[in-house]
Write a protein that binds this ligand. Structure first.
Ligand code: GLN
Length: 494
């Protein structure tokens, strides 16, 4: 039998349902893999008992002939941005260390209701701010991938969902949740050779997810195949009255609707995504992607998204502005850490708690955010950025007249060594240049592994779709997946 930890979501679920193995055996195998991979630092807290408990329930349900859910018997990693009842939730920050929610996020609850179990809480960039998983208070995550000829240099798994990407690529979890505010599902998926989809804004409830930038934050699945993403997204999504921006729409059965036949579909190639500084190998994979989609029956058309180059600067105004407001709640009174110096008053406590509890990147964002929202600069920065956002969204609306989905690279480069960009925030922010436009527009977007570059590192292709057309995105993703035949996996060194 194949090692259980090599199996994906569908294989595990179907194997459990058919009695090929028990959910408990699967949970035990992954619990052991998590423990053995501590060097990757992918998990902040492992919860092996939770995984076993959920597995036993599935095994009991099966024995009793009860109906099994879409994720029955599948143990997953949960990004530590989702509040989990009774389990510490930190957003990888010191300020939330020791915070144990008394409630469960809607998305995680949906997954448990579908029969999934929790292997643990995954590491991430602090408050999901970052692109390399190096801003975590609990230390960086190390990618399971290594550059050929690069010695033992640790590589970045991407960020902010770097614990999720590393765990899924290393086969210590068959799938994981991620969140994407400006690329945090797609970029780490691309860096580690896995799939990840950010659905249309509002598909997945934000209730119980630690807020970064509320008008952009979206949860989504990260897994090793398009089909597994379709299954898991179906379990995560749905209307939730507790989130005022939640979409009141039915969730289609994306897994059942999967088809790699793209006859009659048009794929747009945005000319503005040919940017200076993009790796040759990335451009090559983009060419390949076009060929694959053409081979699947699609027509390839050139399109223009003229405001693309303004998207990143606008994002780095809007996201910090919202973050500075969202993070005002961490005051030493309500959550986690409290630093109350001798004889200090309330203001001193706020200041001391925030000084000690927030990391440098978080402080940078709060400073930028309060600056761009301040009375003197609001019009010059925040208002301007909102106008740019509207133009970026309009670019996409116009493009849909000419195409059904858009194909682009996910990132301008492959993964980089840890430490390479930590001193240069702007270089770090550039990682998201291809990911951010779809975030500002709120449209669905996915990364699918395409190939390895000359150094043996994975490269991803991005598919962006019309609002609510996750099916179109997944189908184009499937067409690429079938032709790319990406089967490379990192060698176990941990
Ligand atoms: N890397 C981007 C940032 O630092 C995006 C993060 C995210 O999507 N959560 O803001």
């Amino acid at each position: 039998m194949t090692e259980l930890t090599n199996l994906g979501v569908r294989e595990i679920r179907d194997g459990v349902a058919q009695g090929d193995f028990t959910a408990r055996e699967v949970a035990e195998a992954f619990n052991a893999a998590v423990e053995a991979a501590s060097e990757l630092n992918a998990f902040i807290v492992a919860t092996p008992d939770k995984a076993l408990e959920a597995a036993d329930k599935v095994d009991a349900d099966r024995a009793a002939g009860r109906e099994l859910g879409a994720m029955a018997g599948v143990p997953i990693g949960m990004k530590d941005l989702f509040c989990t009842d009774g389990v510490q939730t930190t957003a990888a920050s010191h300020i939330l260390e020791g915070f144990v929610p008394r409630y469960e996020s809607t998305v995680s609850q949906n997954l448990w209701d579908a029969g999934a179990g929790m292997l643990g809480k995954l590491n991430l960039d602090q408050f999901a701010m970052g692109s390399s998983n190096e801003t975590s208070h609990f230390g960086n995550v190390v990618s399971p991938w290594r550059k050929s000829g690069g010695g033992n240099a640790g590589m970045s798994p991407g960020g902010s969902s770097g614990g999720s990407s590393a765990a899924v690529a290393a086969r210590i979890a068959p799938a994981a949740t991620g969140t994407d505010t400006g690329g945090s599902i797609r970029q780490p998926a691309a860096f580690t050779g896995i799939c990840g989809i950010k659905p249309t804004y509002g598909r997945c409830s934000r209730w119980g997810v630690v807020a970064f930038a509320s008008s952009l934050d979206q949860a989504g699945p990260m897994a090793r195949s398009v089909g597994d993403c379709a299954i898991m997204l179906g379990a995560m999504a749905g209307f939730d009255a507790k989130d005022s921006t939640s979409l009141q729409m039915d969730v289609p059965d994306w897994a059942a609707g999967l088809s790699a036949d793209l006859k009659g579909r048009k794929v747009g190639i945005p000319r503005e995504y040919r940017m200076d500084g993009t790796d040759e190998a990335i451009l090559e994979s983009w060419e390949q992607g076009k060929n694959w989609l053409r081979d699947a029956g699609a027509e390839i058309v050139d399109i223009s998204l003229p405001h693309t180059k303004y998207a990143l600067p606008a994002y780095y105004i809007i996201a910090p502005a919202e973050a500075s407001s969202n993070l005002a709640r961490y005051d030493g009174v309500r959550y986690g850490l409290r630093d109350l110096p001798e004889g200090a008053g309330l203001q001193d406590m706020y200041a001391a708690t925030r000084e000690e509890g927030f990391g440098d990147e978080v402080k940078r964002r709060v400073l930028i955010g309060t600056y761009v929202l301040s009375a003197g600069f609001y019009d010059a920065y925040y208002n301007q950025a909102q106008k740019v956002r509207a133009l970026v969204a309009r670019d996409f609306e116009r493009a849909w007249a000419d195409c059904d989905v858009i194909l682009a690279p996910t990132t301008p480069t492959a993964s980089f060594p840890l430490g390479d960009k930590t001193d240069d925030p702007l270089a770090m922010y550039l990682n998201d240049v291809f990911a951010v436009p779809a975030s500002l527009a709120g449209v669905p977007a996915m990364s699918v592994p395409a190939m390895l570059n000359g150094e043996g590192l994975p490269l991803g292709l991005q598919i962006v779709g019309k609002p609510f057309d996750e099916q179109g995105v997944l189908n184009a993703g499937l067409a690429i997946e079938q032709r790319a035949g990406f089967e490379a996996k990192p060698e176990t060194w941990w």
